[in-house]
Structures are given as structure tokens and as C-alpha cells.
Design a protein. Structure first.
Length: 307
């Protein structure tokens, strides 16, 4: 005797016999689809604007995308010499934040190193020297057409052409106090007898440059950029090396592409090689480029490749 099985699906009675197929298939018409409510007075385009284009989620995501795209374009400025205000503002903000963090982390070094320097040789722990900074004669006044007062313009004019604005740089002293009394201003050599024992370690690890974080806060320098040189050397090198003046088109830095690529200057060939690195950095600057150079600087300090 056949067994009948009854079931209900979507409001339809189904009947089946054991070993047989279903007598009746489900009624698909019973499945209802509710279309979006569109008034008779609006078409599909108006519905799209109302439900999607003007929705809070869509507007917020669009604003976030546009902001991120513009910020990326600002940060990826191709050259510091292009003078875009936003590129310079981004770099300056990065410099201030980095200098503050660096000073906090290096506080124990600022306490102990000057004491060690004074214990080994007489003289101040912090060494001050005149260096040449950015040549901004044309940058602010002619590029951005700033309206400056007569006093400001007269104060900006330098009596002597030093190829850049002079400023006082700070360093931990690594040489004897009378290092240039008899020889005058000369470059330091690899085994220079004027360098003290503490100074040799400082130069090897580049820790002698840490006081220049104060120069960064003052606006004289940047965290990354071409190294500043003394006025007497700049005047000479600008005449002997092509493109040397181009490295003065941006602020000098505590570290730079040239510094992580080779050691201290010992002769004219070293300077010529570094100038090429400096010009390449200025032309291809980006915030990411600065971060990579800072990371390489840490490697140089830890491995002792500063000389």
C-alpha cells in the first residue's frame, strides 16, 4: 500500500507517494518580490541620487578619497626647488616633530657627552661655528611675490655674497679647542691628531651632530638635506665645482643622501661626488625619501660607518 506524505511549501499543498515523484511542483508565483518604492513623479536617475549619491556613507567615503589623493600629491612633491608652499609646509612640520622627538630621546646624551668632553680636554662641550644656509634671496620675495617692507628688504640683503644665509651651527666638540690656531680652516682627515678620543667616537657614530636639532627648531636647518659648509669653503667650492650652488637652494640638513652614501669630505673629489648626491636629493625629494635616509642614518650610527 502506498504511503502518502503531505507537506506545505510556500502555501502550496504537496502530495507524494513512496517511490513516486511529487504530484505537484511548488507554485513560484507565490514568491513575491518587493521592488524599491519609487514615486510616480521621480525616475530612476532621481532615485539613484536620493538613495546612493546623497547618502552619508557615500559622501564621507568620497571626501576621504579626495583628501587622501591631495595629501599624497602634496607629499610627493618632485622637487624642493619647485617652491610649492604645501611641500615646504609638510617638510617643516616633519622637521619640527622629528626634532622634538629626537631631543627627548637624546636627553641622556646631552647630559653625559659634554661632561666627558670637558673631562678629556679643556674647552666648551658645545662647539659653535658659522655655516652657510639656504640661498633664499629669490625664493620668498620673487617666487611668491610677498610684499615686504623696506626694513625687511634691507635686512634681507647681504653685504657680501656668501651664496647663502649664514647661521651658527651647534655640535658636540670633537677636536681640541686650539685645533685651527696654527693651520687655519682645513678639512679633518681620517687619522687627524686634532680629534680627541671622545671626539673620535662621536664622529664615528655621528652623535656629534645631535645639537643641530636646535638648529632645526630655529629654522636654520632641516632633518634631511645637504650638509652646511663654512663660508670660506663655499666661496672656493662654488668656483671649482659645477652645480655646487644648486645644493644651496634648500635648507641644509643634519643628515643627507650624500652622508649615508659616503663618509666625511677629505678632498675636492669627495665634495664633487657629494654634490651629485645633493642635487639628486633636491630633485627627487619626497617625505618617503626623507624617511629612508633617516633609516639609513640610524644604520650608519649603529655600525660605526661615520668616518
Amino acid at each position: 500500500m502506498a504511503t502518502r506524505v503531505t507537506s506545505r511549501h510556500s502555501g502550496t499543498r504537496l502530495t507524494a507517494t513512496k517511490g513516486a515523484v511529487l504530484d505537484k511542483q511548488p507554485d513560484l508565483k507565490a514568491v513575491e518580490f518587493t521592488p524599491p518604492k519609487v514615486s510616480s513623479s521621480e525616475n530612476g536617475y532621481e532615485y539613484l541620487c536620493r538613495e546612493i549619491l546623497f547618502s552619508p556613507l557615500f559622501l564621507l567615503s568620497t571626501m576621504a578619497y579626495v583628501t587622501a589623493a591631495r595629501l599624497s600629491r602634496w607629499i610627493r612633491a618632485k622637487s624642493l626647488t619647485s617652491g610649492t608652499l604645501m611641500a615646504l609646509a609638510v617638510k617643516r612640520t616633519f622637521d619640527i616633530a622629528g626634532a622634538i622627538v629626537g631631543l627627548i630621546l637624546a636627553l641622556p646624551i646631552f647630559v653625559t657627552v659634554p661632561i666627558l668632553i670637558k673631562l678629556e680636554s679643556p674647552g666648551p662641550g658645545i662647539f659653535k661655528q658659522l655655516r652657510v644656509g639656504r640661498n633664499n634671496r629669490k625664493a620668498a620675495r620673487r617666487r611668491y611675490n610677498f610684499i615686504l617692507s623696506i626694513e625687511k628688504r634691507n635686512g634681507d640683503r647681504r653685504r657680501e655674497d656668501s651664496h647663502g644665509r649664514p647661521f651658527t651651527i651647534y655640535k658636540f666638540r670633537t677636536m681640541r679647542e686650539d685645533a685651527e690656531r696654527f693651520c687655519g680652516p682645513i678639512w679633518a682627515t681620517k687619522n687627524d691628531p686634532r680629534i680627541t678620543k671622545v671626539g673620535k667616537i662621536l664622529r664615528l657614530t655621528r652623535l656629534d651632530e645631535l645639537p643641530q636639532l636646535f638648529n632645526v627648531l630655529k629654522g636654520n636647518m632641516s632633518l634631511v638635506g645637504p650638509r652646511p659648509e663654512r663660508p670660506c669653503f663655499v666661496t672656493k667650492l662654488a668656483k671649482e665645482i659645477d652645480s655646487y650652488s644648486k645644493r644651496l637652494q634648500t635648507k641644509p640638513g643634519i643628515t643627507g643622501l650624500a652622508q649615508v652614501s659616503q663618509g666625511y669630505d677629505a678632498n675636492l673629489e669627495d665634495v664633487d661626488s657629494k654634490v651629485k648626491f645633493d642635487v639628486a636629493y633636491i630633485r627627487n625629494w619626497s617625505l618617503w625619501f626623507d624617511l629612508k635616509i633617516l633609516a639609513k642614518t640610524v644604520v650608519v650610527m649603529l655600525t660605526g660607518k661615520g668616518m
